[in-house]
Design a protein around this ligand. Structure first.
Ligand code: MIC
Ligand code: SF4
Length: 755
């Protein structure tokens, strides 16, 4: 079955005419990114006047996807909007809440039982509003989207930062917070600052141990975790065409790790093969007939530097495998230099666990290449020195990996297969002994490796590499093992060298037909009421946030000045806390518990200005809230990097934080904060971060004059009686200022409905 085929057909039916109109209006050759973005304008015309990186533009995406950990809050908000059904095709995927502990079968049983209330809620909301529901065990959102929904030239948003995975099938797919999803689901325009463009030309061809993952690991090293912020990254060139569709998806997926709005590849034969193999030959035919509209114009290819804001060229023939980490995905080390760099940095090199899979690297190609390494190791009489775990991205993939004998091979070297879900990637890993907080090293093919992410242990050094490299390193047991040059001692005491991995792009025996875990909306569900028990500790109906009272913020205590990296994992931790994703009050108890207080270098220990005592961040925030006092949060660069979770924005709003002032924001988090009605500011002079003292009372004044481009005045009232005034910038446009005034973006939607 092809989902929403009529919508896709209609899209391709209009595409040629739309592109011709865009070309007339802009008057210049077009990149693929522009073609897709401009063909999805909400009501505006491209006029040739939009300025990239400056103008906010309204879009009409073709679909919305949500995963269970973010869908709860998104749907609770959607329910407040008073609609009968979603305006565009929408799907919900149960993937984040499944704990990895004893292997797939046992873990699935536990998950279905422990998360019953949430799954039942999501399933009944899906039935009521005509939303496709993917049951627990079906797989990870991005893998399911690639296998079933993505189509070249389309545009979608998803409440998960790795939504750009669908760029592997030529789609502009963007990660957003739940409130943005509500805009699109309620039929409103979805607004985005028109992204700038990075063009990356891939020349040559990958060989040996190098894989698509290494391309993005290298790019992450070049651009860093914030280098892609505000950009669409468009890949092209003969090297791009030589990659499998799923390999392209891996690259687009991890574009989130450089902060990119999304990444994309032009339509090619690899995409056609993937669409056909996954039962969507009709889509491949339509895309094939529109191929010229699904790639950049010829002029762009011949002079890319002229059409992209930044242009990079990478030779695949010379690319060697990379290992990125620890603690950040952009610390890129070519495998040949790992021995030296690990030694220099004193990284622990004994690898305890190698993990493959996740939404980033679960393709047939990935699994078959990793399996070839295992097969070769067995033939060479080697065993795995590290533990080895596998999380398949979907039931489809798990099924064929089992059918084609790969899972058996993994088990032969002690591999353990977890459920088709996020599992260890999001801290849903009951790893034995993690609570002892011992220093140790793991290596995985996931995308993120922030501190504590996988197992909650701050002393776990997590490294990211391709599945085949992870497998080789798990066999060797050493981070410094380079399969290209090094040998291993086998059971007979002989020095042996692993052969280069080999795999297949697509399953030679097809994908087979399975129960994929999809639940079609049941029309009887339309009439049912969605009941949320007031006693529940997992779900809680939302109360609208209060409107801004029109007054300046005066004498607000500083809640916390966060030091250094402050990702959404630091702001609203996942793992254990995922269970409260539908309960704002309960999840607010994790607010900023991972952030480092710049005044004492400790996490979760801050000064309570009322008592003069130190306490946890949530406790102090609640104390201020109860006393009717607002507060201010300060931070450094790329604040809120990582996830799309809007809990990181709703929690401070719920806890009465009025403003967040930082050196710079990550895109999704900044929008999330704005949408929830928190004032988001950046220091006009970054050095002013240093002026904020622990016991400051902060004024933010002349808020009635808040206007696009106008700086905001912040006064620091120090406890010694001195005052310092500093200026802060903001990126609000006029419509977004209305969100602030209304108390949240959703309040505006609700008001429109009430009128
Ligand atoms: C992640 O990879 O961090 C997550 C968990 O998928 C998040 C979403 C979430 O926090 O629910 C993301 O990337 O957006
Ligand atoms: Fe799930 Fe990890 Fe992918 Fe996020 S990055 S969707 S947690 S598998």
């Amino acid at each position: 079955m092809i989902f929403d085929f009529e919508v896709i057909k209609a899209f391709y039916g209009e595409l040629a005419e739309k592109i011709a109109g865009i070309r007339r209006a802009t008057g210049h050759p077009l990149t693929l990114s522009e073609k897709i973005l401009y063909s999805h304008l909400f009501n505006q015309k491209p006029e040739g006047s939009f300025k990239r990186g400056i103008d906010y533009v309204e879009f009409a995406p073709d679909r919305v996807a949500m995963q269970d950990a973010t869908a709860q809050m998104a749907l609770l908000q959607f329910m407040m909007a008073g609609k009968d059904q979603t305006s565009v095709p929408t799907s919900v995927h149960c993937d984040h809440l499944i704990m990895a502990k004893e292997g797939a079968t046992a873990d699935m049983k536990t998950a279905v039982y422990t998360n019953k209330e949430v799954y039942d809620f999501l399933s009944s909301v899906c039935n009521k509003y005509d939303i496709g529901f993917w049951k627990p065990g079906a797989g990870i959102i991005h893998q399911i989207i690639l296998e079933n929904y993505a189509f070249p030239g389309g545009m979608m948003i998803g409440t998960d930062s790795h939504t750009p995975n669908a760029g592997g099938l030529g789609m502009v797919a963007i990660g957003v917070g739940g409130a943005d999803a509500v805009d699109v689901m309620t039929g409103m325009a979805w607004e985005l600052k028109l992204p700038k463009l990075i063009g990356i030309k891939l020349t040559g061809k990958l060989n040996g141990w190098a894989s698509p993952k290494d391309i993005i690991l290298k790019v992450a090293g070049l651009l860093t975790v914030s280098g892609g912020t505000g950009y669409v990254v468009e890949y092209f060139g003969e090297g791009a065409e030589s990659l499998s569709c799923t390999g392209k998806a891996t690259i687009c997926n991890m574009g989130a790790e450089i902060g990119a709005t999304c990444s994309i590849f032009g339509y090619d034969d690899a995409m056609s093969r993937y669409l056909t193999a996954t039962g969507r030959k009709e889509v491949a035919d339509l895309a094939g007939a529109n191929r010229e509209h699904l790639i950049s114009d010829r002029e762009v290819f011949s002079d890319p530097a002229k059409y992209f804001d930044q242009f990079i060229e990478i030779s695949l023939s010379e690319l060697e495998p990379y290992i990125n980490g620890p603690f950040t995905p952009d610390l890129a080390t070519p495998i040949s230099q790992m021995k030296e760099i690990a030694k220099k940095n004193n990284w622990p090199v004994d690898v305890e666990v190698g993990l493959i899979g996740s939404c980033t690297n679960s393709s047939y190609e990935d699994i078959s290449r990793a399996a070839s390494v295992v097969k070769n190791a067995i033939d060479l009489k080697l065993t795995a020195r590290s533990e080895f775990k596998i999380t398949p991205g979907s039931e489809q993939i798990r099924f064929i990996a089992e059918r084609d004998g790969y899972l058996k091979l993994f088990e032969t070297i002690g591999g353990e297969v977890f459920a088709n879900a996020c599992g260890p990637c999001i801290g849903q890993w009951e790893r034995k002994g993690a609570e002892m907080k011992l220093v140790n090293t793991v290596i995985h093919s996931f995308n993120r490796n922030f501190a504590k992410r996988a197992d909650g242990n701050p002393n776990t050094f997590a490294f990211v590499a391709s599945p085949e490299v992870v497998t080789a390193i798990a066999i060797a047991g050493k981070l410094t093992f380079n399969p290209l040059t090094d040998t291993l001692l086998n059971a007979d005491g002989k020095e042996v060298r692993l052969a280069e991995p080999a795999g297949s792009e697509l399953p030679p025996n097809g994908f087979g037909s399975i129960d994929n875990g999809y639940q079609k909306p049941d029309t009887n569900g339309k009439k049912s009421e969605i009941a949320i028990s007031p006693e529940s500790d997992r779900l809680q109906s939302l109360e609208p946030f209060k409107e801004w009272d029109g007054k300046d913020f005066k004498g607000l205590p500083l809640l916390i000045k966060a030091k250094g990296k402050c990702t959404t994992d630091h702001i609203s931790m996942a793992g254990f806390w995922l269970k409260y994703r539908g309960h704002l009050e309960n999840i607010s108890n994790n607010y900023m518990i991972g952030a480092v207080n710049s005044f004492n270098d400790k996490t979760n220990l801050i000064l309570n200005l009322i008592t003069g005592q130190y306490d946890t961040v949530p406790a102090v925030a609640r104390a201020y809230k109860t006393s009717g006092i607002g507060s201010v949060v300060a931070g450094e660069e790329n604040f809120g990097e990582g996830s799309s979770r809007e809990h990181a924005a709703m929690e401070p709003r719920y806890l009465n934080v009025k403003a967040v002032i930082v050196k710079s924001f990550a895109r999704i988090h900044e929008t999330n904060l704005k949408k929830q009605g928190i004032l988001t500011l950046t220091f006009a002079d970054k050095e002013d971060y240093n002026k904020i003292r622990e016991d400051d009372k902060i004024d933010i004044i002349e808020l009635n004059l808040l206007a696009p481009g106008r700086q905001v005045t912040v006064v620091l009232n120090h406890s010694d009686g001195e005052k310092e005034t500093l200026m802060a910038k903001h990126s609000y446009n006029a419509a977004q200022i209305d969100w602030f005034r209304a108390g949240s973006a959703l309040n505006l939607i609700r008001k429109a409905k009430i009128k």
